[in-house]
Design a binder for this molecule. Sequence first.
Ligand code: PRP
Ligand code: HPA
Ligand code: MG
Length: 168
Amino acid sequence: MPAETLPHEKGFHISWDQIHRDSRALAWRLDGRGPDDGHWRAVVAITRGGMAPAMIVARELDIRLVDTISIKSYAHQTQGEPVVLSKPEDAMVGDGDGVLVIDDLVDSGKTLEVVRSLYPKAHFATVYAKPQGEPMVDTFITGVSQDTWIFFPWDMALQYVQPYRGTD
Ligand SMILES: O=P(O)(O)OC[C@H]1O[C@H](OP(=O)(O)OP(=O)(O)O)[C@H](O)[C@@H]1O
Ligand code: HPA
Ligand SMILES: [Mg+2]
C-alpha cells in the first residue's frame, strides 16, 4: 500500500532530529529511577523500531549491556499476531529486574504485552504512545491519538513537493 493511502485519519511525521530529542528526553526521564541505587542494569531493544531509541537511551545513561528481542507484528499498516523471532539469553535478562525494554511506540499494546509476559519485572519505555497501548507502558514521552499513523525517519525520504499555487 502506498504510504499516502492511510487507513488512519492523520499522519505524524517524525524527523531524525525529533526522534533524537524525544529519545534523549526519554533517557533523562528514566535517569536515576532504576532499582539498583537508581541504576539500570541493561537495555533490551524491541526490533526493529526500538533500536535507534534504545541506542540513544543506552548512550545517555551509560548502559553498555544492550541486547535485542526480535518481534514482527505489522506488515505496512496491517497488524497481525506478534511473533517472537529471537530473544536474549535467559541469563542476561532473567525476570527483567533492572532491565529497560525500549520501543519506538506502543499502539494497540500487543507487542509490549508479549514482552511483558516474558520479563514481568522489566521497565517498559517508549518514545510515543497511543491511548489503547498506554496501560502497557511504564514511561513514554509523547502521546499521539489512536487515529494517527506515526511515520519514522527511517521509513521516509526527502522529495520534491509542488508549490502550493502550482506552476505556469
Ligand atoms: O502496540 P502494537 O500495536 O503492538 O504496535 C507497536 C509495534 O509495532 C511496530 O513494530 P512492527 O511490528 O511494525 O515492526 P518494526 O519495529 O520492525 O517496524 C512498532 O515498532 C512497535 O514495535
Ligand atoms: O503509528 C505507527 N507508525 C509506525 N509503526 C507502527 N506500528 C504500529 N503503529 C505504528
Ligand atoms: Mg517494532
